[in-house]
Design a protein around this ligand. Sequence first.
Ligand code: GLU
Length: 298
Amino acid sequence: MNPQYVGRFAPSPTGPLHAGSLVAALASFLDARAYGGRWLVRIEDVDEARAVAGADRAILDLLGKLQMHWDGEVVWQSQRKALYQQAFDQLADSTYPCGCNRREIADSQLGLAPDGSAIYPGTCRYGLGPGKTARSLRVRVPDAPYDVIDFEDRMAGHVAQRLASESGDFVLKRADGFWAYQLAVVVDDALQGVTDVVRGADLIDSTPRQIFLQRLLGVPTPRYLHVPVVCNAEGEKLSKQTGAAAIEVRDDAGALAVLNETARLLRLPMEAQASLDAFWRAALPAWARLASVARADG
Ligand code: GLU
């Protein structure tokens, strides 16, 4: 086992996996295997309001049927709240309570961050306004020109974001009391020793915020690879909201069909295969070619 590589798949159990999430799963699994590293699975149920009972088990069961076997124990974010609190406490000097609601933030008309969230105008940065009570907790981002975060994505190349104008001070603890994804993902990637994040490009705009938090917390920044998002015939990102079908697998033939289709969506340079063994034998070198893996064990 290559001790220099720890990858992970981190599904949110908001429903069964669909083709889009499986593409991310397959890419991160193949990358970990191509590097001879470990591959962890983390259930991101930090947003307990959106978690669907039983979806976590269904996801793990499906990964098993597809022969995507993870290393070590699966962790659930809903059981790790004390760790998020500890990290938050470490950031005390950079955080502040915010009393603004969605409408007030939208009214400021700074527009939307690339991920669709409204950019926060900093209203409560220097104290809660009169008559306001704390709803969420935010982290202060640097003002321009010191707010640029950039990184080299292994697939997308150079990515840069101005946090002040493209995100604004962002939420670490939400008004409903749940820890925000951005904090939980950074804490978990660090505590689990993740060296390589391979996930869908829908999260690429979150990466600069995550790198910013890593620097504040003094933890290493992993390498990143964002795979292109899978779209439906209408050009919409496949997701539960756009009606992506749940993947169901009954037997090995079903598993093979799903894997061949996922490889096609991921644009792996390989033919459809006739058995699960043949699939995995072909997929590993195909991924190594697609992602320019320097040292493939396949
Ligand atoms: N839980 C996130 C999702 O399912 C993925 C988070 C990540 O890979 O960083 O979209």
